[in-house]
Structure formats: structure tokens, C-alpha cells
Design a protein around this ligand. Structure first.
Ligand code: NCD
Length: 329
């Protein structure tokens, strides 16, 4: 969000009823580095209230009259529909632009111009884009808040927030846990954001991937600077017995230039009931979804399978974020 063009948040043009003192009011959500531990407690507190309200009344008018533009240049089921549902359940409305081929983007319109257009009609823009840094770039042009819903292999901050919220809800705490990330750690943006967010806590991280899909060195260096202990492996069995949270990811087919390379690694790891027989009895098994074979459906009925609860949490966390950014929480 371009603050030069909006002025300070104490602007007399502040919409009626907005809370100037609300944390994250009017701010972009671009990367997890924006969040401190105290912010996380706040977001998760609001998310729990949202869950209560949805269970009790379904929808309520906190964001009545507000409009969200949901701009997706890459496929999405959960992120797009949970932002959509979040806005609707808060009484607001949505301009969905997920078929960019039917918008002026297909005529060659640039991202800055598309964003400058949508912000004339909407109060907040959720953006998913294939290029790293796209959300940051859009935010430089926008007067309204931009929420990064995934920028290529870069970050996916709202997913990391719902992942961390899920870890809290499943295990009761984060400090002291050993968290193992498994699969495509090179291209998977969710693990890039989640590892950074977890570096605010006293955790041990394991990165298990095929040799050709390692966790990025640049983020490992960030973890070293924060004294987060980590290990890299290619064999899950080496760390499974000590793992409290197993976070499985999909091999990101769309990021491979050579389809034979994808084919060589796509089935590198598959979680089955047999795998879980060697895991801790209270382990939380997570996945941002979609899964394409990394977790057998036979595992779904195991109480440790947390991925459906995880995706439901996405609704409550995104309701919290929209309410905060729009000054109502
Ligand atoms: C993830 C994404 O888009 O990065 N999905 C999601 O947002 N829930 C993970 C993936 O696509 O594999």
C-alpha cells in the first residue's frame, strides 16, 4: 500500500466506524516477516472469535459495505474460496477475478494498472501471481491494502498464519516442538513462509526432500541467524520418530521446466497408515492441499490427520485478517 498517496492512518478521510488503532489497519500483508509473536497471538485470538461467531450465527455484518477484489493469476481452490467466504460471512462482498483470461489482463494489461483499476471499486485486494515479488510490486502502486495469496515460489503468508494457528490448535503450543517439512521444499512457497514464521519460536526444524528439491539456502541462512536448529535429510525415517508435526507438501509440477524431472520425483514420499505406525501417537499430520498422492486417503480417518481441520482454519484466519486490515478488529 502506497502510504504517500493515502496519507497517515489518522487521515480525516478515514471511513466512518473504522478503528484507527486496530493493529494492521490499512496495511498490506506481503510476507511473514511483518509479524511478531504478539501480532500472532492477536490474529489467532480474533480467528478464534470468528470461529465462535460462525458456529453460532454463520454470518454477521462486521464488514457490511466493504468490497474485496480477489485477483488470481494462478489456480486456487482453498485460498480463493476461503477469502471469498470470509468476506461474505462478514457481510461484505467480492469481485472475483480468477479467470484472468476473461479480464483485461488477457489484453496485455499490466499488474499495476489492473490493481489501480480494482482499487477504485474495492477496499482490499487479494492477489495470487506466478512471479516472486508480485504482491510487493503491486503494493507499491496501490492505495488500498494488498494481501499476498502466493507469489510464485516466494511466500504465502496467509497460509503460514493458518498453518501456525493449526499447530497451536492441534498441539496446544509451538515452543519445544520438532516440525518436519517433507516433499518439494524448493518450489513450495508454503514451507518458505512457515519456516520463517516458526523461527519466532523455540522449535527444531527438519527438512526432508529429494536431493533435487532442497529447502532454499537463503532461508536456511535466515534460520541460522535466528539460531533455529535444523537438519536436512532425504529419508523421512531418519526423523519421523522425533517429529511432533509432519508438514507434507505437493511436488509443484507447474514449476518444472522438464516434465521428466517432475516424473522422477513426484512419488518420492507417500504417507500411508504404515508410515503413521512409526510416528508419535499425538503427531499432527498437515498438508496445505491440494494433495496429489503424497498422503494416502487411508490416512484420512487417523485422528492425527489434521489437514481438513487446517483448511477449515483458513476461513477463520482470513476472516480475522480482513477484519484487521479493514479496521474492524
Ligand atoms: C498451496 C499453494 O498454492 O501454494 N495451496 C494452498 O494455497 N492451499 C500449496 C500447493 O499448491 O501445493
Amino acid at each position: 500500500m502506497n502510504h504517500r498517496r493515502t496519507g497517515p492512518i489518522t487521515s480525516p478521510h478515514l471511513p466512518l466506524g473504522d478503528r484507527r488503532d486496530a493493529p494492521f489497519y490499512g496495511r498490506d500483508i506481503l510476507e511473514v516477516a511483518q509479524f511478531r509473536r504478539s501480532d500472532l497471538q492477536y490474529v489467532f485470538g480474533v480467528a478464534r472469535e470468528m470461529r465462535e461467531m460462525v458456529a453460532r450465527v454463520g454470518s454477521f455484518d462486521l464488514l457490511k459495505g466493504k468490497i474485496l477484489a480477489n485477483l488470481f493469476y494462478e489456480p486456487s481452490t482453498r485460498t480463493a474460496s476461503s477469502f471469498f467466504a470470509a468476506m461474505e460471512r462478514l457481510g461484505g462482498s467480492v469481485i472475483p477475478i480468477s479467470e484472468v483470461r476473461y479480464s483485461s489482463v488477457s489484453k496485455g494489461e499490466s499488474l499495476p494498472d489492473t490493481v489501480r483499476t480494482l482499487e477504485c471499486y474495492a477496499d482490499v485486494i487479494v492477489l495470487r501471481h506466478p512471479e516472486v515479488g508480485a504482491a510487493k510490486m503491486a503494493a507499491r502502486y496501490a492505495r488500498k491494502p494488498i494481501i499476498n495469496a502466493g507469489d510464485g515460489i516466494g511466500e504465502h503468508p496467509t497460509q503460514a498464519l493458518l498453518d501456525l494457528f493449526t499447530i497451536f490448535e492441534e498441539t496446544g503450543q509451538v515452543d519445544g516442538l520438532t516440525i518436519t517439512m517433507l516433499g518439494d521444499l524448493k518450489y513450495g512457497r508454503t514451507v518458505h513462509s512457515l519456516a520463517r514464521l516458526l523461527s519466532l519460536f523455540d522449535v527444531r526444524l527438519n527438512f526432508v526432500s529429494p536431493d533435487v528439491l532442497p529447502f532454499p539456502t537463503s532461508i536456511l541462512n535466515e534460520l541460522d541467524q535466528r539460531d533455529v536448529p535444523w537438519e536436512a535429510h532425504s529419508d523421512l525415517e531418519a526423523v519421523l520418530p522425533q517429529t511432533d508435526v509432519l508438514y507434507v507438501t505437493r511436488v509443484q509440477k507447474e514449476r518444472f521446466e522438464d516434465p521428466t524431472q517432475y516424473a522422477a520425483v513426484k512419488d518420492a514420499y507417500v504417507i500411508t497408515p504404515d508410515t503413521l505406525s512409526r510416528a508419535r501417537p499425538r503427531m499432527a499430520l498437515m498438508h496445505p492441499l491440494p494433495r496429489v498422492g503424497e498422503i494416502s486417503m487411508k490416512v484420512d480417518s487417523d485422528p492425527r490427520a489434521a489437514y481438513f481441520r487446517q483448511m477449515e482454519n483458513g476461513l477463520y484466519v482470513r476472516m480475522a485478517l480482513l477484519a484487521m486490515v479493514l479496521g474492524k478488529a
